[in-house]
Design a protein around this ligand. Sequence first.
Ligand code: G3P
Ligand code: MG
Length: 251
Amino acid sequence: MISAEKLFQKMPKVVGHRGASGHAPENTLASLRKAAELSTSFVEIDVTLTQDNSAIIQHDADVRRCTNGSGPILLKSLEEVRALDAGSWFSPEFTGEHIPTLREATDILQELGLGLNLEIKPTVGWQIPTAVQVAKELLDYWPEDLPLLISSFAVECLIEVRKHLPEVPLGYLTSAIPPDWEKRMKEYDCASLHCERHYVTEDHINAIRSAGYRVLVYTVNDPEEAKKFLGWGADAVITDFPDRMLGLLKS
Ligand code: G3P
Ligand code: MG
């Protein structure tokens, strides 16, 4: 695993959200390919578990929004999940896209040379099994030299991952920055804080950076806003439209 120091040296200022989800169905292989096509070198995707304990790339706990099916993923087998069309809801040109497994996503990231911010997105109640399985799979096949930053809103996931992957850089993911953020960063052994754009101020960024941590802001789709956050010292913005940023910002 790449150390936090090396990872942040490699991380560009623009990170693709769910791949390049403004241009392709989020969290699909097409979205990862699109990110690479748009010259993004780092992407964020979400990982969750199926009923039969496979790590798959999907944001919601229910497949309704992003596929032609419905119902909770945690109650579906990998085979059932794989039978769903995860592309046509976005646009007919993506008909036939599947929900990828973490393994498939890893293979394509390696092929494309993209670094990854893997957000663990457990079905609520399934934090520990999700973290255990994701860590197990990563130990099994994650390429040693490919940048990997793991984040989660679920601190149970961060704590569990740390037990299995003592070296992997962790990101504390939140909407608003809690008043005791510094205590939490230490407690969960995080290298970066990932916060929602509405709640972050210049003072926050100064304080977090001065304490030796990195700051990522999501989801920033307006290039002027991205410039503002980066001007305040944010390390990166996470965006659905990396192409909008690359014209303006040196990544
Ligand atoms: O990891 C940043 C961002 O993806 C967190 O929110 O809901 O888009 O997964 P969400
Ligand atoms: Mg996410």
